[in-house]
Write a protein that binds this ligand. Structure first.
Ligand SMILES: Cc1ncc(COP(=O)(O)O)c(C=O)c1O
Length: 372
């Protein structure tokens, strides 16, 4: 962490700010939930793309981290982190070579597999280097993105077990299609229903392969729901650390109108740069600073201002008032909760870290652009 003694209001915009008090509360809350249920926590780093924040999650008690891509894993290993799970299949010879090179530096690196051809390729490539690797079988519980359907999972598990260089350590079952279901009860019902098949697969594999102990699952939207699934051994949650409006707008256990479990640690600061029209003003954050996905960003500072943001092209945003009150004048800095944190963070080089109004340092977003 580099130290700068600035005030939040001195920061140039658009920029991303992490409220450290809120971030720490979010990390502690998720860790306590996992600990309380006897589960491990392996947070997904694709959300924040920041090795310093990943280290903070480990210091808070996480057993390791998840990444989506090999290049993210490479950056984390370079930053000194290990116990990394790659949650998407790695299938091309070139990428498998990178994976195995990385395994040479980080022996407990794991990857998911979901296809017979991929299992063969990986096993052969490992054999030629004299290495072996832990893998998780990716089970598709209804997202239809990656993974093998539960009905075909045992055959693929058998193939993995028959390969010399692969160690079947468990399964992954991420229910991405469930995470943002608005109603808590429907989300709970759907998550339990779709994880049943994966739990059955896990029990069956474990009966024959005692080293198969990992069942990695869950996201921020179902973290508390999935704690009740006894077979799940670890949570691979991501968004809870930073949060965004896409999550804040779904219901939670205590309040079916908003997601109260975690607070927004991530904020975007943007400045009013023009105010020459009736009914709206223009700010300096557009599509290049606020990813357009998952609903609208929410203006939270000035507080109680009833200001609404909408995109206004690549570089700009349009601010209107929902109650016809006075609009902010040029130079005013607004603070927004972003619509979808992952792709928004990937647009910036660093987070400014704040406590109250003080900027206490920065963290590089060092995995930014690691999408290979
Ligand atoms: C495979 C996988 N696991 C875990 C997560 C984390 O989910 P969330 O950000 O909802 O906590 C994601 C996010 O998309 C994911 O793709």
């Amino acid at each position: 962490m580099t130290t700068t003694m600035k005030c939040k209001s001195d920061l140039d915009t658009p920029c991303l700010v992490l409220d450290m008090d809120i971030l720490e509360q979010n990390l502690q809350k998720m860790q306590a939930a996992a600990d309380g249920a006897g589960k491990n926590l392996r947070p997904h780093v694709k959300t924040h793309k920041c090795s310093s924040l990943a280290r903070k999650q480990i210091e808070a008690g996480a057993i390791g981290v998840c990444v989506a891509k090999v290049s993210e894993a490479e950056s984390l290993v370079k930053a000194g982190l290990d116990n990394i799970l790659i949650t998407g299949p790695v299938v091309t010879p070139g990428k498998i070579e990178r994976l195995i090179d990385l395994l040479g530096l980080s022996a407990n690196l794991m990857v998911v597999v979901d296809h017979p051809g991929n299992i063969e390729l990986l096993d052969t490539a490992l054999y030629t280097k004299g290495l072996s690797m832990g893998v998780l079988l990716d089970v598709d519980v209804g997202s239809n993105r990656t993974g093998v359907r539960p009905t075909d999972a045992m055959a693929l598990a058998g193939q993995i077990v028959s390969r010399q260089q692969l160690h079947l350590r468990g399964i992954q079952a991420y229910a991405g299609h469930v995470q943002h279901i608005r109603s808590y009860d429907t989300r709970k019902h759907t998550s339990h229903e779709c994880l049943q098949g994966a739990a059955r697969v896990f029990r069956e594999i474990r009966a024959g392969v005692p080293t198969c102990t990992i069942f990695s699952a869950s996201g921020t939207g179902t973290f508390d729901i999935d704690l009740a699934v006894t077979e799940i051994s670890e949570l691979q949650v991501g968004s809870y650390a930073c949060m965004d409006t896409e999550y804040l707008n779904i219901g939670s256990a205590d309040d079916d109108t908003r997601f109260a479990a975690f607070a927004p640690a991530l904020r975007l600061l943007t400045t009013v740069i023009s105010a020459n029209h009736k009914g709206f003003v223009t700010v300096d954050a557009g599509l290049k600073s606020l990813y357009k996905d998952g609903g609208k960003p929410q203006v939270i500072v000035p507080e109680d201002s009833a200001l609404a943001y909408d995109w206004f092209g690549d570089e700009y945003g349009r601010i209107t008032s929902t109650d016809n009150s006075e609009l902010p004048s040029p130079g005013t800095v607004l603070e927004l909760i972003t619509s979808h944190c992952d792709p928004t963070i990937n647009l910036f080089d660093k987070f400014y870290l704040t406590r109250g109004t003080e900027v206490i340092g920065t963290w590089p977003i060092d995995l930014r652009g690691c999408c290979q």
